[in-house]
Design a protein around this ligand. Structure first.
Ligand code: PBG
Length: 323
């Protein structure tokens, strides 16, 4: 055997390539803020901005033109609108519902995925309601249900609970169905770890926890079997797709889940993973585009069907030009 035979030319390599990376695999996360005519760069995420709704529409024309099928929307909520009850998270006139309506009016085919969690709305910076330093589970789920209904009402295609409260997928599914939103899907952040890789994202939204950490609801990075338990629960409760987050340090988890379930598996290539590559590339220490493609390929090879990544636009531009 001479395995090198099949590596001799680009054509041969292309023929025997096992793992495709295509624009259909990509979900682009975007940050929306109040105001008009503005884009504000995010320091630790070069190339990513917070957009006012009108500017976001301009950006999404490019995204749609590149053939990226879906976006994930995250809001920057003004401090004055934050409270410990997450009230603003289900305001029908709030930033996210207005953004959804504007996007759907301009680009009806672009799939809009919305984040269901209280941290951008919480004066405490936690994903749930806080009482005496404890993140309440069931009381939070009630608010998450209102938030998901509000997003569905505004036109979200898929709601994505990222809060890690127990039982929220089932509660959201039941409420969506009862309200007639049977076609709104749920992408469950099923295996979401208490990770240090979320730092740049929390800076982008000014949503860092005001006290403590998120270890009583997000998973311990040491645990693998527990991810399977979380996935089984979310599927039993009605999830349409499940997510592993972060991705790069958790490729083994993606593979283990993929081997056990039939639903689409989504990998979240998070802000810290993005920042590491950008920082090294800015120093001239790595070749950015190649490292980005190799990194996203590793997630697909591990078993991800879809990748939520801040690199989506950049990769889509490369894929349409040179692969
Ligand atoms: C919170 C949420 C976080 C991210 C997405 N949704 C941060 C957190 O859990 O603190 C992080 C994404 C990223 O780092 O890119 N519900």
């Amino acid at each position: 055997m001479r395995p090198r035979r099949l590596r001799r030319t680009a054509g041969l390599r292309r023929m025997v390539r096992e793992t495709p990376l295509t624009v259909n695999d990509l979900i682009y996360p975007v940050f929306v803020m109040e105001g008009s005519g503005e884009r504000v760069p995010i320091a630790a995420m070069p190339g990513c901005d917070r957009h006012t709704i009108d500017q976001l529409l301009v950006e999404l024309e490019t995204i749609q033109g590149l053939g990226i099928p879906a976006i994930a929307l995250f809001p920057v909520i003004p401090a004055a609108q934050k409270d410990n009850a997450g009230t603003e998270s289900y305001n029908p006139q709030g930033l996210i519902p207005r953004a959804i309506r504007a996007i759907k009016a301009a680009y009806p085919d672009l799939i809009v995925i919305t984040d269901v969690a209280l941290d951008p709305y919480s004066s405490q910076g936690h994903d749930g309601l806080v009482r005496d330093g404890v993140i309440l589970n069931d009381a939070t789920v009630e608010v998450l249900v209102r938030q998901a209904l509000c997003q569905a009402e505004a036109g979200a295609d898929i709601v994505a609970p990222s809060d890690m409260m127990d039982g929220r997928v089932g509660a959201i599914r039941a409420a969506l169905d009862a309200a007639g939103w049977i076609e709104v899907g749920i992408l469950a952040y099923a295996a979401k770890y208490a990770s240090a890789y979320y730092g740049p994202f929390r800076e982008a939204l000014a949503s860092a926890p005001k006290f403590g950490d998120k270890k009583t609801y997000q998973m311990d990075p040491a645990n693998g079997r527990e991810a399977l338990k979380e996935v089984q629960l979310d599927i039993a409760e009605g999830a349409d797709m499940v997510m592993v987050k972060p991705a790069l340090a958790y490729l083994d988890i993606i593979r283990r889940i993929k081997d056990q379930i039939t639903l689409p598996v989504v990998a979240y290539n998070v802000s810290g993973e993005y920042a590491m590559i950008k920082a090294a590339a800015q120093q001239g220490w790595i070749e950015e585009n190649s490292v980005v493609r190799e990194t996203l390929l590793s997630m697909k090879r591990a078993g991800a069907d879809l990748i939520l990544t801040y690199f989506a636009k950049q990769v889509a531009q490369q894929l349409t030009s040179d692969i």
